[in-house]
Design a protein around this ligand. Structure first.
Ligand code: MEZ
Length: 540
């Protein structure tokens, strides 16, 4: 690769310090030092990141400005334009979202005997599940237990996670691995046929199962095939734009919008599951993102209008290693597996500055500090700063060919731009990766609105303030399955009354009462591309 001179010079320094660093283990931070680092450098703690919500069930709670603006905006719908008396579809379980959580919910709901529709904004499988790379956590090994997994999750989440949700995830995780295998999902195995596993950040055991660095794609491929094989009805390019209630205040389905024609369709449903994913494409704090284009917080907006509560929305996950160079891929994920198999984080002077497998919030804060407080980052031609992820160290330690074998997706991502990551380090900076918080649920995935369920990234509480690697893929499966089962069972004894959209008028009134004047309409559906993300959320 033809690098600009400053980048090239810095690469030479990284190469020089590599043999010495290969023997060096950077010490873990003490709990106090971690907290101090977070307080000073994590974007969640910047004064200008959050603001209190003015209306709704979580009025007074602080959320990122970008989220607050969307929650306090107007509906796309004029209820007078819709005839709710003659629904286009009637179904037991409506699933909104075609990612991992939605697909898992659909499979379980159908197996329970319910009629099921999945409706999705883009295509089935266009979701963050597909884009998760490095692995999925489950305590399947002899030296591991669900209890250790539980403790790691609490440690990662700042000991604030909802314990009953964590318990469910860790206990069901090994079973979910067997379920995936039974559906044909192919994970990497050791020579003896046992799952290959590595560490992720904040894990006390090697619990990360993977399919090279295409783990999410392999899982989503399996689920998508299964949904198709079982002939579950999927309506594509048809985002839900509002939830429906009946006169008893029960959730009763949704209004869909045909993305191509702009026309509406009404789905009357006995139970409704929101699996719409997260908010990465809101570019909270001006950060680039690793998320797919549909991650625009649609589920949060719709659910907030019918009265759900939100939790942990003040905590956003910035994945430590988003691409910082070349410009064309800024923000794309550079999987944590790169560190899991041995790469170190190194500044412009070729020095390690943080243990690479601290939890993500801590590592990201360390990188921001290194770039902006210690000024030991590398500046790209557009002015973005970054530090090195020393990928060639992997082959240096484990032998030539390890990078090619373990990280084929990463190799491809960079070879398009003439960069050989087995020979040249990767320039990275934190990227917006995950919505730690979301809709409050119980272990049955129920929200406080009767017959409305939520699963996957749109829900909150499982990961507390900070999720660990590989627990999102497990979350979408454990809670997707749970939501599907619970909603299907509930739908058997339910009667839904006449449909209404009265909550829209009530919400508008609430906005007016507190003086919110806005032209913004939501759900956003697709990102609004003019934010200035060139500097990667830097703090200059
Ligand atoms: O869980 C994740 O976020 C994940 C697997 C990401 C990654 O770094 O690969």
């Amino acid at each position: 690769m033809n690098y600009p001179a400053n980048i090239y010079e810095s690469i030479k320094i990284v190469e020089k310090t590599r043999p010495m660093r290969a023997k060096e283990k950077f010490p873990l931070l003490s709990p106090d030092d971690k907290q101090a680092l977070l307080n000073s450098f994590h974007p969640d703690f910047r004064e200008d990141t959050l603001r209190a919500l003015k209306v709704g069930a979580s009025k007074g709670f602080k959320v990122p400005h970008e989220v607050a603006n969307l929650l306090e905006s107007r509906s796309r719908l004029n209820p007078a334009d819709i005839n709710l008396n003659t629904p286009d579809y009637e179904v037991d379980v409506l699933i909104i979202g075609g990612g991992g959580a939605g697909a898992a919910a659909a499979l379980m709901a159908q197996a329970e005997g319910a009629s099921v529709i999945i409706t999705t904004k883009l295509r089935l499988g266009d979701a963050n599940t597909m884009m998760a790379q490095g692995g999925i956590q489950a305590a399947t090994k002899e030296n591991d237990t669900p209890l250790l997994h539980y403790l790691d999750m609490l440690g990662g989440g700042g000991f604030q996670n909802k314990p009953d949700l964590v318990e469910l995830l860790v206990k069901e995780a090994p079973l979910v691995m067997s379920w995936l295998e039974s559906l044909g999902c192919m994970f990497d195995k050791d020579k003896d046929g046992i799952f290959a596993t590595i560490h992720g950040g904040g894990t006390c055991r090697k619990r990360m199962h993977f399919a090279r660095d295409y783990t999410g794609a392999e899982i989503m491929r399996t689920l998508r095939d299964e949904v198709r094989n079982r002939r579950i009805e999927v309506i594509e390019f048809a985002p839900a734009i509002e939830l429906l209630l009946d006169d008893d205040g029960q959730c009763a389905g949704a209004v869909l919008m045909n993305l191509e024609r702009g026309t509406y369709q009404v789905v009357k449903a006995k139970t409704t599951i929101l699996s719409t994913g997260g908010f990465g494409r809101l570019h909270v704090g001006g950060f680039p993102t690793s998320n797919h284009y549909g991650a625009t917080a649609d589920g949060l907006v719709m659910a907030y209008r019918v009265g759900v509560k939100l939790v942990f929305m003040e905590a956003t996950q910035f994945h430590p290693t988003g691409a910082a160079y070349p410009e064309q891929i800024v923000g794309l994920l550079v999987t944590e597996k790169v560190r899991g198999v041995g790469a170190q984080l190194v500044n412009a002077l070729g020095e390690q500055f943080i243990y690479p497998l601290e939890t993500r919030d801590v590592v990201s804060s360390g990188i921001i500090k290194e770039c902006y407080a210690r000024e030991r980052g590398v500046t790209t031609p557009t002015g973005m700063k970054g530090v090195w992820l020393d990928s060639p160290l992997i082959d240096f330690i484990h032998g030539t060919g390890t990078v090619a074998k373990e990280l084929p997706a990463m190799v491809r991502q960079y070879e398009r731009y003439g960069i050989d990551i087995a020979k040249e380090p990767i320039l990275i900076y934190p990227t917006l990766h995950y919505q730690n918080g979301g809709i409050e649920i119980n272990p049955n995935c129920e929200t406080i609105i009767p017959n409305l369920y939520a699963s996957g990234e749109v829900s909150g509480g499982i990961h507390g303030r900070n999720r660990l690697m590989g627990n999102s893929l497990m979350d979408v499966l454990v809670f997707g399955r749970k939501a599907g089962l619970a909603a299907a069972r509930k739908s058997k004894g339910i009667k839904i009354g006449p449909l209404n959209l009265n909550h829209l008028g009530l919400y508008e009134k609430e906005l007016e009462l507190v003086g919110v004047k806005t032209e913004l309409v939501s759900p956003l559906l697709l990102p609004d591309y003019t934010p200035d993300i060139r500097h990667g959320g830097g703090i200059e």
